[in-house]
Design a binder for this molecule. Structure first.
Ligand SMILES: *Cc1c(COP(=O)(O)O)cnc(C)c1O
Length: 437
């Protein structure tokens, strides 16, 4: 993070991180790796993570008082930056009436109506507390309604940290899957087949076996960097899953309410059987959702036989925060997000390509790839120069821009970014790419 104010020229000396370093040492004694989610440890880039003291609009302030423009936004949720006054007011109002009931409330009804009105694939929706839960429940539902056990996921796509989706492809043709972590039974991993992104033939080969309950994917993956779907790819998956009696689950935890009010499904005009939401819908509080076609959602308990539950599901604070964000997400906001994205791209693309790297943007998500060609799938992302990415990341942070600490994560632009902040991030990232060489 930068010790200098945003308007000043960056100082030559790297900013001090003494307090963060001390906290990280203390954290490592009582929290594995010092963090409550692995990528926060900055293991993929040089140096230790700054500990965050507070957020102010689009900026983070760390424990040493350094400031950085935040392009992570809590990994996607904070589309209006930190401590947005409308979201805070909604949370505080809700909290005064009690923080949890474990019983139905009117807010949940209105929120569900708002979600169904916003997203083209939602006829019914159920709330839960994390994206991991949303994909886990959606997959169980798909297995429950089809009576089939196999799921197909795509290489490099991330759907949370439960067993069925933490499965990586084996080398070569992705016919045999292996667990992505010790602790995942081989028998569970064997039920997940993988295919490369943007390759319809590979998915069709799995579907042809007739035992696939669902194909799950990120419509615009942002967990291997940001990659756009090839023209016709999403439509092709829709057609193939329907032909083979499998459900299409579009995981919009990241893209929902980011690429459009109706998510990637609205932006690309694609229909899904089930959709997963999270991140933005919770307004920065723990909330996620899964939903879709009524004929499937009605199979959920207590209406139907497929079990799903959660003590804090539909939590009143999280629902209030989510509703406050949805109220603010007007067509003007999406127009502004596309404008901001275009301005960032106009500033960055030329210099980044001139430095031998690739720039990919979809809406307000973007990635700088340390490879001359923009990737189409996970194999291509893995060819990036990860050491150079690490130098780039540190240089950006030292100059006051907080980028995701991994080549495999997309950056997010908030709708509240000012022209001065766009200019700051463009100047800093160009410099960081240059010094990383
Ligand atoms: C973040 C993410 C998840 C997991 O959500 P959590 O709330 O971290 O459990 C699932 N799918 C996608 C596409 C995500 O980006």
């Amino acid at each position: 993070m930068s010790a200098a104010p945003a308007s000043a020229a960056p100082s030559a000396a790297p900013p001090a991180h003494d307090r963060s370093a001390a906290l990280f040492a203390e954290a490592r004694r009582v929290i594995p790796g010092g963090v409550n989610s692995p990528v926060r440890a900055f293991a993929a880039v040089d140096g230790d993570p700054p500990f965050i003291a507070r957020g102010e609009g689009n900026w983070l302030v760390d424990a040493d008082g350094n400031r950085a423009l935040d392009l992570i936004g809590s990994w996607g949720p904070l589309i209006f930056g930190h401590a947005d006054p409308d979201v805070l007011d909604a949370i505080i109002d809700a909290a005064k009436g009690g923080t949890s009931f474990g019983a139905p409330t009117e807010g949940e009804v209105r929120f569900a109506e708002e979600l169904c009105a916003a997203h083209p694939c939602l006829e019914m929706v159920r709330l839960c507390s994390s994206g991991t839960e949303a994909t886990m429940h959606a997959l169980r539902l798909a297995r429950g309604v089809t009576g089939r056990d196999v799921i197909v996921k795509l290489d490099g796509h991330f759907h949370g940290a439960h067993d069925a989706v933490l499965v990586a492809a084996g080398s070569g043709v992705a016919t045999f899957a292996r667990p992505g972590s010790p602790g995942i039974p081989a028998a569970v991993a064997a039920l997940t087949r993988t295919a490369p992104y943007n390759d319809l033939g590979a998915v069709e080969a799995h579907l042809a076996k007739g035992d696939v309950a669902a194909v799950i994917l990120e419509p615009v993956p942002g967990n291997m960097g940001c990659i756009a779907p090839a023209p016709g790819y999403l439509e092709g998956l829709r057609r193939l899953t329907a032909e083979h009696g499998a459900l299409l689950i579009i995981d919009e935890v990241m893209t929902g309410f980011r690429l459009a009010r109706g998510g990637a499904c609205a932006r690309f005009g694609v229909d899904a059987d089930l959709v997963c939401l999270g991140k933005i819908v919770g307004g920065g509080l723990p909330l996620a959702a899964f939903g879709g076609k009524r004929i499937f959602m009605e199979k959920l308990s207590p209406l139907g036989p497929v079990y799903q539950a959660g003590t804090l599901s539909g939590n009143p604070l999280a629902v209030a925060a989510g509703r406050a964000v949805l109220r603010k997400l007007s067509p003007e906001v999406y127009a502004r997000l596309d404008e901001i994205g275009a301005a960032v791209e106009a500033g960055l693309r030329g210099p980044i390509e001139a430095a031998g790297c690739a720039f990919v943007r979809v809406g307000s998500m973007f990635t700088v790839y340390f490879h001359p060609e923009a990737p189409a799938d996970f194999e291509a992302v893995k060819r990036c120069d990860l050491r150079r990415f690490g130098r780039f990341h540190r240089a950006a942070l030292d100059r006051g821009v907080y980028m995701p600490p991994s080549q495999f994560e997309a950056a997010f632009l908030p709708a509240t970014l000012t022209e001065a902040e766009v200019a700051h991030l463009v100047r800093v990232l160009i410099e960081a790419v240059e010094v990383s060489a």
